[in-house]
Design a protein around this ligand. Structure first.
Ligand code: CUA
Length: 157
């Protein structure tokens, strides 16, 4: 099939095909046999059912322990629900966020909270707020004409 090609072209072609095969075998081995998959986005939800599906039928802050909270949040055009959160300093917060409409983001500057919120998926992230202050919650995925006003506030006191 490739006999008519010049020798070097044949070598490079076979090297290219060979490295693709090696790449796929390594990836397949890690994914299927080692179980190494991208983290997150493992929980799913029907976007049109968000308002009727627990826990997103009642978005808000739930206290789990002395310094541990869960924030159940809906990111929608063009607001976060809840839009204002107050927690004590040193709290560990487990965020679970979903969207009933389009792709949004949840970004809290000066922290590691940087979540992509995709309809159909429940995005999760855990962060401990060690420092007091007012934190902004920003949408950092362009989601439409109101994208720039999509923000909330998180107070650590
Ligand atoms: Cu929501 Cu940008």
């Amino acid at each position: 099939m490739i006999d008519h090609l010049p020798r070097y072209e044949r070598i490079w072609l076979l090297l290219g095909i060979g490295s693709i095969i090696v790449f796929l075998v390594v990836l397949g081995t890690l994914g299927i046999f080692v179980g190494l998959n991208p983290p997150g986005h493992m929980r799913t939800i029907a976007p049109e059912e968000v308002a009727a599906t627990a826990p997103f039928d009642e978005p808000g802050v739930t206290q789990l322990g002395p310094n541990e909270f869960r924030v159940t949040m809906v990111a929608r055009l063009f607001a976060f629900d809840p839009g204002e959160i107050t927690i004590p300093r040193g709290s560990t917060v487990h965020f679970e966020v979903t969207s009933p409409d389009v792709v949004h983001g949840l970004f809290i500057p000066n922290t590691n909270v940087n979540i992509m919120v995709v309809p159909g998926h429940i995005s999760e992230y855990t962060y401990t707020f060690e420092d007091e202050g007012n934190y902004a919650m920003l949408c950092h995925e362009y989601c439409g004409v109101g994208h720039h006003v999509m923000m909330g506030k998180l107070v650590v006191q």
